[in-house]
Design a protein around this ligand. Sequence first.
Ligand SMILES: Nc1ncnc2c1ncn2[C@@H]1O[C@H](COP(=O)(O)OP(=O)(O)O)[C@@H](O)[C@H]1O
Ligand SMILES: [Mg+2]
Length: 378
Amino acid sequence: MSLAPLLESRRVVLCVGSGGVGKTTTAAALGLAAAMQGKRVLCLTIDPAKRLANSLGLEAMTSEAQVVDPARFAEAGLAVGGSLTVMMLDTKRTFDELVRTYASSPEARDRILGNKLYQYVSTSLAGTHEYMAMEKLHAVKREGKYDLILLDTPPTANALDFLDAPERLVSALDSAAMRWFIEVFQESGSLSFNLLAKTAAVVLKGIGKLTGGGFLQQVAEFVTQLNDLFGGFKERAAEVARSLRAPDVAFVLVTSPAPMAIQEVLFFAERLREQGMPQDAVVVNRVNQPPRSPTDALAAREEAARLALGLDDDGPDRLVQASHDEGKLAELDRRNLAPLAAALGELSARPLRVDVPALPYDVHDLASLAEVARHLAS
Ligand SMILES: Nc1ncnc2c1ncn2[C@@H]1O[C@H](COP(=O)(O)OP(=O)(O)O)[C@@H](O)[C@H]1O
Ligand SMILES: [Mg+2]
């Protein structure tokens, strides 16, 4: 099977899966495949992925969009009719842009951006990273500069957290604000908790003046300002959440053949279905391959090893063992993948499934990326 039809028909492809299974690699390889189909592609990643950047001829991934130099493709013998642009997500910067867009005035904008509490909210608050990934995706999609956007989703404990990230972020902010209030109230020690329910921000401003505490003043201001922003922000969050459910968005679940990863991917598929999201494709990455023909493989290895190393007496035995182990690993993967095959078979709208072999080397240059691309979308 091939994911080529997805790349052909969709505008956004999200790569979802637990950490380390190959999401970044899959997103980049799909991007390359689509660029080879002639598309203008953006790969939006959360990973610094230094080696991947280097292999694309870039110093590093940055939050600026960087176009991969077509000369690189030519050097690697790849015919790329389209273009490949990569960009790394910068949560704080995306949040800043959001504040700039939604603040009611330049003064309000500067006050929020300059507030110390904002530093915490924009970098460390739970849900911010996932939400900002969705936010950036939404913004780039509307910009219309790319035919296809691939999103490498954040490696969260629960890789689908970003689905309800907009709602979660809004409520997290709300509750964080509440926590600050409570802390402040406890610190001051003298105020009735009931006041919280009333015009807390105004009250806090008053306390700030009374105690001369700049901090209280800051909290009060910040909460007021964020609430200001929230009017637009909540709507925006809803819009972002809706755009994930558009028909031009594809979800690609990435897994390894490890039982834990498979369990997780089945759980994701279930959650996607509950949320009315499509499960368009499953990529099983790094599948161990059986030796093509044991005797061939053995002979080839023996020959190569003799030439390269010169073998000691145990050499041939070890080669037999290596080939045997390879076969066993492939058999183990095959068995581990049986529940996945069964579960996918039961779905009414069966997702595409592509298996990518475990390459004997890391994916660190255009040639190996192109090889993964070939398996994904030939
Ligand atoms: N099919 C493959 N064969 C060999 N190595 C792979 C393959 N896919 C990914 N890798 C390597 O595995 C590592 C983890 O992949 P990565 O895409 O960064 O995972 P994730 O983004 O899910 O954390 C990288 O070093 C990558 O080069
Ligand atoms: Mg990654």
